[in-house]
Structure formats: C-alpha cells, structure tokens
Design a protein around this ligand. Sequence first.
Ligand code: K7E
Ligand code: CUA
Length: 665
Amino acid sequence: MKKISTTKISLFVILILALVALGACGGGAPTPSSDLGEDASAIADARGLTPDDVTAALKTYIPTGQHDEYIMFSSGGHSGQLAVIGMPSMRLLKLVGVFTPEPWQGWGYGASEIMEVLDAGNVNGKQVRWGDTHHPALSETAGDYDGQFVFINDKANARVAVIDLHDFETKQILKNPIAVNDHGGTMVTPNTDWVIEGGQYAAPLGWEYASLDDYADKYRGMVTFWKFDREQGRLNYEQSFAMELPPYWQDLCDAGKLVSEGWVFCNSFNTEMATGGVEKGNQAFEAGVSQRDMDYLHIINLDKAVEVAASGNTIEVNGFKVITIETSIAEGLLYFAPEPKSPHGVDVAPKGDYLVISGKLDPHVTVYSFEKIQAAISKGGFETDDYGIPILGFDDIVEVQIEIGLGPLHTQFDDKGYAYTSLFLDSAVARWSMGGAYADLNPEPDWTPVSKVPVHYNVGHIAAAEGDTVSPDGKYLVSLNKWAVDRFQNVGPLLPQNFQLVDIGATGDTLKVLYDMPIGFGEPHYAQIIKADKLQPWEIYPEVGWNPHTNSVDEFAVAQGEEKIVRDGNNVEVFMTAVRSHFTPEHVEIQKGDHVVWHITNVERTYDATHGFALPGYNINLSIEPGESITFEFDADQDGVFSYYCSEFCSALHLEMVGYLLIAP
Ligand code: K7E
Ligand code: CUA
C-alpha cells in the first residue's frame, strides 16, 4: 500500500493552515468543484474555508479504505431502530432493525425467528411495529464497555431490546409486564448483571383502569430490573423484578459504579402529582408538574433489592415480581433526596463518587456526594414523603451547585476532570471543572464553569467517547440537537435532527464544533460511543447453516446437494440453498391451500456475500448472510406465478438468481 510519510502530511497541513491564516481564503461565490484543481490552499481559498473549517476537515476526514476510531450507537428515535455511526467521520454504517421492520435486513418480513422476536413485543396481543427508542446502553465489564451487547428501550410501549454485537442483530424484545410506557432505560450495572428500565407517566400497575380522581391511591411509578444472562445473551424474565414507586414521574436512571456499585439513581418530576385536565378548569400539565422547587431523586439499594426479590418478599402483578413500597421502606431499599427544579438528567461520575443532576428550570447543575448520601442514610432521623419514603436532607448530601447556564439537561465526563452539560435553552454545551478526585486532571479551579460552545440548536443529550464508563476517553463529544433550522438544505417542514461532533481534546476554552451530521430517520435521544477496536463482530457466520437466534447450526440447515421439496398431505417443506448465482431448487410447484415451510441456507463462506430473498405477493423478504440459515412459512392462499429473486446485487449474474413459485389453483 502506498503511504505518504508523516513529514509530508504535516508539511501539507502547515501549508494549508499557513495559507488560510494569511488570508489567502476569501468569501464569495462557491467555485464548482470540477474547477477546484489540485492545489489544497487554492481549494480552501476557492471554497471560502476558514482556518477553523480546514482544521475541522483535517480532524474528521477519513481517507477511503480507512476506518473510524470510534463507533457511536445512537437511538433511532421514532424509527424504533438503533443507528451505528463511525466517528469522527460521522458516517452512518447501519440502522439496525429493532422494534420496527427493516426490509434490507429482512427484519420483520417473514423469517420465523425474527417474527417471534417482534411478536414478543406485542402489547396485549396487539402487534406494535414501531418504537420510540431513547437510551442505548452498551454492555459493560467492570464498568467499561465490552463491545458484546447493546440494549435499548422503547419509551412509547415500555419495551426493552437486546442486540448482539456479534452480528448486530436484535435477539430479544420484552414488553414490560406492569407498565404502559417507560423512560429511564436502558442503563446497565457495571458488569451488566442488571438492565434498568425506569417508568415515566404513572398509571395503575399492570395496565388496570383507575379514575384520575384516584391518582394518589391507584396510580404508581416503577423501576424494573431485568436480569441479564450473558451466556445466553438474553434477559431472564423469571429472575427479573420491579419496584413499585409513588406516582411521581420517574425520569432517567443511572447505575452506580466503583464506590457506588450496587446502587441505582433515578430522578423524577411531578411530585406534585398533577393530573392535568386544563379543559376541565384544572391546571395544565406543564404548569402543574413544575410548581414545586424540588422533586425527588430516587436512591435505590439495588444489591439489597435483589436479595429481597430473591427471598420472595414480593407481590405479583401480571405474573411479574414486584417489591411494594411498604417492603422497600421496611427493608431500606429506597430513599429520596430533594432535587431542583424540573430535574431531567442524573449522571454518575466516572469514579462513582458524585451524581450530577440538572433541573431544566434551574441554571445550576447540582452535584451530590455518594459518601454524604451514605452518611445521611446511616445517620437516620428522616422526614418522609406522603408514602412514607425517607427523604435525605438536601444540604447534607449536596457537594456543590454550579451555575452553568439555561436549561441544563444531561452531563458527560472526560479524562481531564471536566464534565459537560447540555444546555437546552442556551443551545450550548458547557464544560465545567470537577473537584474531588478529579481536581488535578485539569488546570482550572475546582467546580467552576470553564467554557461553552454554541450548538445548533436545542441540544438534548450529549455523548462523549466512552463517556459513561469508569475511564472516559475525552477527545470527542456529540451534541444531539433537536432542531436543525438553517443547518441543512430545506427538505420540507419536517427537518432532520442535527448531530454535531465537538472536539473536546484539549483543556480550557477550546471546544469547537467539527462536523454536522443530519439525522433523517427520527429523533434520537441518547447515544453511547465505544472505541471501535473493542468490537469483534463476525465477518461471516461461524458455520454453514447458522441460526443467529439459537447461536448454533440450525436443525433445518440445508447442505449443497441436499436440496429438496418434501410433501406431506397439504404441508410442503422446501429445503433450499443460496449461492452465487442461483437458488436450488429453481422451481417450487405447489397447490393453492398448501401450508409451506421453507428453509434457505446461504452456503457462502465469503465476506459480504449476502443473498436476499424476495417473494412477491406473500410479503416475504429475507436477508441471508454468509453461512446463515433462515426459515419462513406461509399459507398458499392465492394461486398464480410468483418469481422469487435475490434482492442483493451479489454477482455479475445476480439478475439471474431467480426462481419460480408456481401455485396451481
Ligand atoms: Cu433527555 Cu429520553 Cu434521555 Cu430525550 S431524554 S433529550
Ligand atoms: Cu444473490 Cu443476488
């Protein structure tokens, strides 16, 4: 491979920067790219690029054939999917089908095991084929992303999904059995023993009916702890449990780590227990839920709750184990702490020693000390809320409050003792210095605002490289902006979201936006960013005939030469192989009224040699990756001639990769 020497590269960079800095660049009308020539400085000049633009381009450009350093797993928002994005190039690599059918991956178009995964997310027997995905969580080992799994929640229907990063395929969807919707999910404990799913809008547990007049008595919040079985790669329903919570609207959660491992923190709003109904003369929701200056941070002793759940000191709701509020109080599982004002984010610092909480209507971040929380719990003598839950004293447990700007939401951390908080109302990301064990990592005084970078616009979450781990990387942060307004070409009144890559590599007042990436498939909320070399996905399935849902060779895998069609009464079973460039058999002749079970094995062992299988009229579409074996079945309820074909351009004779399904009347 031809390589340019590093000296040449740096000379090239210096040359561009020097020319740009000398003002060689002007504004003016853009020059058509065909006329730009080969000279870098002349190109920068002709395109009107500033020195910052050129620097940003040099920091984000990935030459053809080279790979990104980080991979971002972003929620797909309303798409119900999970986006996989390379960083710093911000190239979209994949939109993994999760809660919503995805045709390219053959996700939800006939393949039996995929339909089973999707159907496990049905709600009361109703097919729900979308999701409002919010928070992806990478699996962790000892508090560090391990690159094995990613979890994500569907806020709209209170569901969680497990995606296996061996093949980036969704393996499991579970409907929460006690809640209609969720929000504070998914987050994982430091060894991924538990996947957290917190609730949001309170309702009677188990989807019962109760009048809003009975809100305080009958409506409840919840947090569910899903037990993860790493070996199986699945959440274990039987070992999972939930905690009943007061009908405050639990919002986001985070798991403790290191010193706070075994604890979980969830914030809440609407401790006012407002029930809306402005049309009946009541206070509107947005006013009713923000009357109080403080809501309650929920501090949960998860280790102890696990013991209580295992001991059987639970009730059952829809057959699911639930620890009641009374039990939580009696066993010391749950404490509250006041948190200002319309709180949203709760984020545990890398060493597990502090929690950062933002109130949407408070210009501060509030930093709580885990040590002080423990001391306050030991000291006792609590006030309680209406449900008898002990409330810790605000002044006893708060380390510091730092005024950083308007509309603070979510906080991330780096390797230099800085925290970053998104400011929704300011449309900015604030950098502030941390104290305590982080104080020596940066030059600034402890707990002070350091700088702000404007983002465009209305930032929600931010995600920093390895930012939720015990050892964040710094380097990059992505601002997940809700509004794009003028940042991209107008594509009609529904605009894309805007992910902005921010350089956080240096200390001090140096934050710079490097790149804008439009997101045209939904409103993502959160993302996590992992070092790319931690991922070890398969290039092809380990053996021919692999079933990605059992992680073993499928009992109906078809070997080359053993293709056949077997008829037993009205049941027809097709055993087919796919290889460049044919399906065997090429004719499948059946009768109207037959029930068809059809197995296809892609016998290829070549990287990227995927075959599609599209069968018109029966809504069947598969993606069969090298080595994979897939089964689908259908009732042949319409006769006719149906050409099935390979829907991946796999070879020069791909168009010839076709066959006829003949259904005689
Ligand atoms: Cu702030 Cu669902 Cu995490 Cu949206 S949430 S921004
Ligand atoms: Cu196989 Cu195209």
